[in-house]
Write a new protein. Structure first.
Length: 231
């Protein structure tokens, strides 16, 4: 059982300005409480006990909230980018001192209803150094960026997309520390680069999720997620 999750909450959230000019995206109120509170409950309900929050701008506001409101019985640690934003991959590299060998990773604006235990069991049987969950999106909720066939990820690229890409990165991953061996401390890079590195080495497993994802990365996503969490 994988009992640790890294939450990537250090982005600038430019699509949500002016709301995010004074608070981090994680602290936006959704269905009656800061969004990260919903994430903590989700994480706890999936059997995870250790959470590392990768934080950037306004990260101290997230830390203040979690320290005052930790009724979730989670062991929470914080990894701050510092004066230079490291990107999602660089932030993960910095957080490895807290993670253990294998850990889940989730974006700070995602709410995911997939069964984390099922995903974790699949990863552990795969022998891979990383796993990406994928969802057949057909450009519906966002631009599809994964070519996936016969249970395997063929290609993943957020920029160079084409008609063969029917799937999207669902937002829940699993990584072994070894996935970061080729990357340097304080290097600026994204999680996308880590996945692509693993894919080239045939070390990235793919797990298809059937239910849609929810997110608060845009005002439309914020509205949809708010409705879902209010039900």
């Amino acid at each position: 059982m994988i009992d640790t999750l890294v939450l990537l909450a250090g982005g600038l959230a430019t699509r949500l300005k002016p709301v995010t000019e004074t608070i981090p995206k994680s602290m936006i109120e959704v269905a009656g409480k800061p969004f990260i509170g919903h994430q903590f409950l989700l994480i706890k309900n999936n059997g995870i006990s250790n959470v590392i929050i990768c934080a950037g701008k306004f990260g101290e506001m997230i830390q203040e909230f979690t320290e005052k409101n930790n009724s979730f019985d989670l062991n929470i640690k914080y990894s701050f980018d510092g004066s230079k934003l490291l990107g999602t991959g660089g932030a993960l590299k910095k957080a490895l001192e807290y993670t253990g060998e294998v850990f889940f990773v989730m974006y700070g604006d995602s709410y995911l209803t997939a069964d984390f235990v099922e995903v974790g069991n699949y990863f552990q049987s795969s022998g891979a150094n990383g796993l990406m969950t994928v969802y057949r999106n057909d450009n519906k909720f966002d631009k599809s960026n994964v070519e996936f066939a016969d249970g395997k990820i063929i290609r993943y690229d957020k920029k160079a997309t084409d008609d063969k890409m029917k799937f999207i990165d669902y937002g829940l991953g699993i990584l072994n520390k070894r996935a970061f061996d080729d990357f340097k401390e304080q290097e600026v890079f994204d999680l996308e680069t880590v996945y692509q590195s693993l894919l080239k080495k045939n070390e990235l497993a793919g797990f298809e999720v059937k239910e849609r994802f929810y997110e608060i990365g845009s005002f439309k996503g914020l509205e949809e997620t708010g409705k879902f969490l209010s039900e």
